[in-house]
Design a protein around this ligand. Structure first.
Ligand code: ADP
Ligand code: MG
Length: 260
């Protein structure tokens, strides 16, 4: 199972939207996908239609070691896409986990116990911080995807994220790579967006995905229906973009799985 963290310590840049729709796109292509929601806000869980009452086992128990990923994962409305939901008790985990043995390796240890072959890929939707939860994701992951909103301060904070990645590589996870930077909420009629996108590509080069995610109201409506945009309205521009991103992500993965 390949593990990809979707991380950026800024809030509202499109992490969760990317996690949900990338997961759905890969499942549509035939991959068996596990999405782990480790944001205490639980937006990925809600966006995939998992009611609070249906979150008996959650990523909190996975991190504390009280439940396995296998017993916590539940099916979503999307065939081949399962999710480990997040609950509000996760908001205390940043502090509680400090006292745990191997506190930065909790998620890694849980992922190592997943039976080989159960899922092809695991996506982790991270909270908007560089705290212990995101650290756990980066220690557990093979690579990360960084959603970057096309706005003036897009690059601000990125250096801090990259420094964190360096630190994690040095101390815990030498193989951690940046799979790609995804430009989100792109509005081609907006000059600033174009300028930012040009600057980001000039600055970061080929790590930026060719696919850009347009600003599309269907992407923001879909979660209130508990559905990925790719199911809520598979013809909208946002769905098309995430489908394309799914193909581009698969093309960048080191070990390609035969299409199912
Ligand atoms: P994060 O997880 O980084 O905090 P979200 O994915 O939750 O970010 O996105 C923040 C808000 O912007 C949400 O309301 C979401 O529906 C909306 N949004 C995200 N991507 C797009 C997009 N491409 N077009 C329009 N709205 C978007
Ligand atoms: Mg989010």
């Amino acid at each position: 199972m390949i593990t990809i963290a979707i991380a950026n310590q800024k809030g509202g840049v499109g992490k969760t939207t990317t996690a949900i729709n990338l997961a759905t796109g890969m499942a549509a292509i035939g991959w068996r996908v596990l999405l782990i929601d480790i944001d205490p806000q639980g937006n990925a869980s809600t966006g995939l239609g998992i009611a609070q009452s249906a979150r008996e086992h959650s990523s909190y128990q996975v991190l504390t070691g009280d439940a396995s990923i296998l017993s916590s994962a539940q099916p979503s409305a999307v065939p081949r896409l399962d999710i480990v939901a997040a609950t509000v008790d996760l908001s205390g985990a940043e502090i509680e986990l400090v006292d745990f043995d191997k506190r930065t390796h909790r998620l890694e240890m849980a992922i190592e116990r997943v039976p080989p072959g159960r899922w092809d890929i695991c996506l982790i939707d991270c909270p908007p911080s560089l705290g212990l939860l995101t650290m756990n994701a980066l220690v557990a992951a093979d690579s990360l995807i960084v959603p970057l909103q096309c706005e003036f301060f897009a690059l601000e904070g990125l250096s801090q994220l990259l420094r964190t990645v360096e630190r994690i590589r040095d101390k815990f996870n030498p193989g951690l790579s940046i799979l790609g930077v995804a430009l989100t909420m792109y509005d081609r009629r907006n000059n600033l967006t174009n300028q930012v996108s040009d600057d980001v590509r000039a600055c970061l080069g080929k790590v930026v995905f060719d696919t850009v995610i347009p600003r599309n109201v269907r992407l923001s409506e879909a979660p209130s229906h508990g559905l990925p945009a790719l199911i809520y309205d598979h013809r909208c521009s946002g769905s098309a973009a995430y489908m394309q991103l799914a193909r581009e992500v698969i093309g960048r993965l080191p070990t390609r799985r035969q299409a199912a």
